[in-house]
Design a protein around this ligand. Structure first.
Ligand code: GLU
Length: 382
């Protein structure tokens, strides 16, 4: 290996080993035995061992796992071939239980709590729900648990579903500001043409997702997994725009994450920003503000020190906005000093302004968040 190639691979491996938050997506074809349709337990055991080792090193780990439909259809003895929507929903309801159970059993052997999270498209696209899902995931990670995520297939209908876990995993990575996403597949990355074609070349690194790159991703998807290379490239676009590096690696090996750390071939899609910078850019420039919060001098000072905006510092609320919408934050002189995502609607914010966070439950009738705008959702211009 040339020095350059060595440096390149050390640099790319560090995207995985140095990441503080890693999302790993595993496909149905890896989790289930192609012949028997049963859960491939030895593989899962080895995979979870890799996840536990990374968690033990201090990396926060999330798993996006497919396999519910594949396991459920076997339990229901459904005929091979494409399932009707209601059949796949029924299969998912059954398969998800065994899937979650297997993860729980194996993770507990490493002293880790397993948390099941079932998401629909709306949970990651609609800002009010997005804030809820994000804060639950953040709390689970803080408590040392390993979230195991899947699409909520039993309630997701065609028009409101992802349908593939590649894009779901990328949305999750973006939502929680992960710095590395790994899609484990039955192939070791992206090729310039279908790998069976003579002359097809493996791509080690993709620095920009051009139309040519998109054209290289065919449509192929197996009966069990929904995603082909196309959804993986779509996932890469979501990930890198959120400041998250993404790898497509071969999962058909007993310890797939360890193998990547040891230099196994894969394709890296590189992000050119950090997740924090990407998120701040999105909040400050990418969103239309729907209202304003005017704050007192004490709150201006707190914001300048990197703290959250509390209801007590708010002196005025203007505009009509919902929880999760972008608002502009003004000082007493009417100058915009920050932008952020409000944790409360404009009507709730009006009730809370000037009050202590401990009074939230009395004022609103439910116990909401202590912050009006959490510091992670705030871009301060001071
Ligand atoms: N959510 C589906 C399942 O658990 C899988 C979707 C996919 O294969 O990407 O069965």
């Amino acid at each position: 290996m040339s020095t350059n190639a060595k440096n390149a691979s050390a640099a790319s491996i560090s995207r995985l080993t140095n990441a503080s938050r890693v999302v790993v997506k595993i496909g149905s074809a890896l989790l289930t035995d192609a012949e028997t349709g049963k859960l491939n337990r030895p593989w899962l055991q080895a995979f979870v061992e890799d996840v536990a080792a990374m968690r033990a090193r201090g990396q926060e780990m999330l798993i996006v796992s497919s396999g519910a439909i594949a396991l459920g259809r076997r339990a229901l003895k459904l005929a091979p071939g494409k399932l009707k929507l209601e059949e796949s929903q029924a299969a998912a309801a059954i398969g998800q239980i065994s899937l979650a159970h297997a993860f729980q059993e194996i993770l507990s052997a490493y002293g880790r709590n397993c948390a099941q999270i079932l998401l629909t498209l709306d949970d990651t696209e609609e800002r009010r729900r997005y804030l809820n899902a994000r804060s639950t995931l953040n709390t689970l990670l803080k408590l040392g648990a390993v979230p195991v995520i899947n699409e909520n297939d039993t309630v997701a209908t065609t028009e409101i579903r992802y349908g593939d876990n590649d894009r779901l995993a990328a949305r999750v990575a973006s939502m929680i500001s992960a710095d590395c996403l790994v899609l484990l597949s039955d192939i070791d990355g992206l090729y310039t043409a279908h790998p069976s074609e003579p002359g097809a070349k493996h791509l080690f690194e993709v620095n920009e997702i051009t139309p040519e790159i998109e054209a290289m991703a065919g449509d192929a998807a197996s009966e069990m997994s929904r995603g082909g290379m196309k959804t993986k490239v779509a996932a890469a676009r979501i990930a890198v725009e959120s400041g998250c590096h993404m790898a497509i690696g071969n999962g058909r090996t007993p310890h797939p994450l360890r193998a990547l750390e040891e230099g196994a071939r894969c394709t890296w899609f590189t992000a050119h920003n950090t997740p924090v910078a990407a998120r701040k850019r999105w909040i400050s420039g990418g969103l239309k503000t729907l209202g304003t919060l005017t704050i007192d001098d004490g709150a201006v000072h707190a914001l300048g020190q990197g703290r959250s905006l509390l209801p007590t510092g708010v002196t005025g609320v203007e505009g009509t906005f919902d929880r999760g919408d972008a608002v502009s934050v003004l000082d007493a002189q009417g100058r915009e000093i920050a932008r952020g995502l409000s944790a409360y609607s404009s009507s709730d914010a009006a009730l809370l302004k000037g009050h202590n966070s401990s009074e939230i439950e009395t004022l609103l009738g439910f116990s909401g968040r202590a912050e009006m705008i959490h510091r992670d959702d705030l871009v301060v211009k001071l």
